[in-house]
Design a protein around this ligand. Structure first.
Ligand code: SAM
Length: 304
């Protein structure tokens, strides 16, 4: 199934895309949001698309080819966002989009191990240049570190039991082996979601250092956005959304002193104005058409 872009119209509308503007899509993926941005910013506009995954970028390259020189694509990690934007002339930039996580293209790729639905090697890297795979983590972490990872990044209640089971069956080499190990733990199969969901999420976040990269990239956005330029972030799990929410709230405050301080000593200068006070979630009909959109949350802020 091709990747269906999530909250497409709302995202492009709230990014405030204008003809002639310069926009950075930090997670261009298969180019769905990018194409919609180009439809509005052309003529005269420019789009910079970044993706860590060369396979995704190749799909975007073909899809966006009709827009010729208006598109620049860069195969890199968005934690280098500021440098990528500056070296490609996207400074200042009128809008930045992050549509986090992974695309259907990656989830359904049977060689990459992102899904618990098919048997595959335990890889889960967005980029083949990364050294650590899911197998590296599963086969080398101490049991308590593995449990902490499943708890921290997967909010997995059975983290200790799963970690113990994994350590006892090393080496773990395939997704099927991992899924069967989780399913064999008593009580695991009675929940609402597949019992391996949280473990797979945790491993993917750890392999790709997703939260660290996002935190680094968000800090850079306020240095490259033009005044009036907008930052839009679509996240798919509570850990990401919390990070985005805190960042936008902090950057929009005039003072970061603790409440007991009577007069401000931090002299924090706000850099953002919140456009969405509460996150926007997909409407029912979008969730029905595209069930993968169900956990999406969009937050938008404007550089002041
Ligand atoms: C949900 S998809 C984006 C889909 C895209 N909006 C579209 O309409 O086709 C997320 C993309 O972000 C990429 N990605 C995730 N983390 C990244 C990072 N730190 N740096 C660069 N790309 C990243 C993934 O490889 C994936 O292609």
């Amino acid at each position: 199934m091709p990747h269906t872009p999530v909250l497409l119209h709302t995202t492009v509308e709230l990014l405030n895309v204008r003809p002639g503007g310069r926009y950075a899509d930090a997670t261009v993926g298969t180019g769905g949001h990018a194409e919609a941005i180009l439809r509005i910013c052309l003529p005269g506009g420019l789009l910079l698309g970044i993706d860590a995954d060369p396979k995704a970028l190749e799909v975007a390259r073909q899809r966006l080819a009709p827009h010729g020189d208006a598109v620049t694509l860069v195969n890199d990690n968005f934690r280098h966002l500021e440098t990528i934007c500056r070296t490609n002339g996207f400074y200042p930039v009128d809008g930045i989009l992050f549509d986090l996580g992974l695309s259907s293209l990656q989830l359904e790729d049977r060689d990459r191990g992102f899904s618990f639905m098919f048997d595959a090697p335990l890889d889960m890297r967005f980029s083949p240049t990364q050294k650590t795979t899911a197998a590296t983590i599963l086969n080398s972490y101490a049991e308590k570190d593995l449990a902490a990872l499943l708890w921290d990044y997967g909010e997995e209640r059975h983290s200790r039991l799963i970690a113990r089971r994994i350590v006892s069956m090393r080496p773990v080499t395939s997704t099927r082996q991992l899924v069967e190990a989780i399913e064999s733990i008593p009580g695991m199969t009675s929940g609402r979601i597949h019992p391996a969901t949280r473990t797979f999420q945790a491993l993917r976040i750890a392999v790709n250092r997703e939260l660290d990269n996002l935190a680094e990239a968000l800090q850079q956005t306020v240095r490259i956005l033009a005044v009036g330029g907008r930052l839009a972030v679509i996240s798919y799990h509570s850990l990401e959304d919390r990070l985005v929410k805190r960042f936008m709230q902090q950057e929009s405050k005039a003072c970061l002193c603790p409440p007991q301080v009577l007069s401000c000593t931090c002299h924090h200068i706000p850099t953002l104005r919140l456009i969405t006070r509460k996150p926007i979630t997909p409407p029912e009909d979008e969730i029905r058409r595209n069930p993968r959109s169900r956990s999406a949350k969009l937050r938008v802020a404007e550089r002041i």
